[in-house]
Design a protein around this ligand. Structure first.
Ligand code: RIB
Ligand code: CA
Length: 308
């Protein structure tokens, strides 16, 4: 499957990129970056650092939007650190980002290919929304949008808002109204993907540089998640979206209506998932409601080992 990953690295985005690089069922056509966990300059540098550390310098990277469509940018420095990828000493990027905007790189990659592309988004949906609004000609070339974001229950950044959606609610609303096959991977399942000490030890036991990098990423992530959210172990959100593309059986989904709250004084950015069809809204997304946790970790660890 041909995929493009739009991301805001970010510790869990880093693992998502390694999964996309390491699993043989995916061809990573390109990586685009967006402001979210950190500024877009930092998320772009981090994407290049991850690709360099994985020896994947042939994958094009393009920087995208430096702020949400409507509201202000508020980075997650308390979780991901000043660099956005604090913890391990990753390679200094050897490649430069492409000299085009993320939207233009996605457009070129989609329009150039004969086979459809799956667009995986693991940050705020600003670039994806802008792509759909400025280049509707890409829609026939996209077979699905799979995004990490939202939740069928509570939020993380606000009581009912998950970070990627809260950061750019208008963008999420545009994507969910676009009519494309869409999969939503929310906190309700990603909070099951916990990087326990056993998982971290499994990365170290690979005995490879990348295995050590993943262990160091997760060790940093564990510290900030414990400090900010009181989690005993950090949930690695973003690779669950990639895993759902590689092996859809890993994630149980229901077809349901998802609305994005844009004006709620206390709930702006909430994903309102009508699981019991209490409204007249038509279903517009396949919403993740279950995760095969063991299969997920096997997939991720195997992919990291395969990169070497
Ligand atoms: O709420 C978690 C999501 O927000 C993850 O994608 C994390 O990387 C941040 O982007
Ligand atoms: Ca992310």
């Amino acid at each position: 499957m041909r995929v493009i990953v739009d991301c805001d690295p970010g510790h869990d985005d880093a693992l998502a990129l390694l999964l996309a690089l390491g699993d043989p069922r995916l061809e990573l056509l390109g990586v685009t970056t967006v402001a979210g966990n950190q500024t877009v300059d930092k998320t772009t540098r981090n994407a290049l650092r991850i690709l360099a550390s994985a020896g994947a310098t042939g994958v094009p990277v393009a920087a995208g939007c430096d702020r949400p469509l409507a509201g202000p940018l508020s980075v997650a420095e308390d979780i991901h650190g000043f660099s956005g990828l604090d913890g391990p000493d990753l390679d200094i990027p050897t490649a430069e980002p492409a000299n085009v905007h993320a939207v233009e790189l996605i457009r070129r990659l989609v329009m150039a290919g004969r086979e459809p592309v799956t667009l995986i988004a693991t940050g705020p949906l600003t670039n994806v929304a802008l792509l759909l609004r400025t280049h509707p000609e890409v829609v026939p070339g996209l077979d699905r949008i799979v995004f990490m974001g939202g939740s069928t229950d509570r939020g993380n950044t606000t009581p009912y808002g998950e970070f990627n959606i809260v950061t750019d609610p208008e963008a999420a609303d545009i994507v969910l109204r676009a009519g494309l096959p869409t999969t939503m991977i929310g906190l309700n399942v990603t909070h099951q993907a916990l990087a326990t000490p056993e998982v971290i030890a499994g990365f170290r036991a690979l005995g490879t540089r990348l295995g050590t990098v993943c262990a160091e990423l997760m060790t940093f992530f564990a510290g900030t998640y414990r400090q900010v959210f009181g989690f005993p172990h950090p949930p690695v959100h973003d690779p669950v979206a990639v895993a759902a593309v590689i092996d859809p059986a890993i994630v149980e989904t229901v077809h349901a209506p998802v609305a994005v709250e844009l004006i709620g004084a206390h709930t702006r950015g909430a994903t309102v998932v009508d699981l019991h069809r209490r409204t007249a809204r038509p279903p517009n997304a396949d919403v993740a409601v279950g995760l095969d946790v063991d299969a997920f970790w096997r997939l991720l660890t195997t992919a990291v080992a395969r990169i070497g």
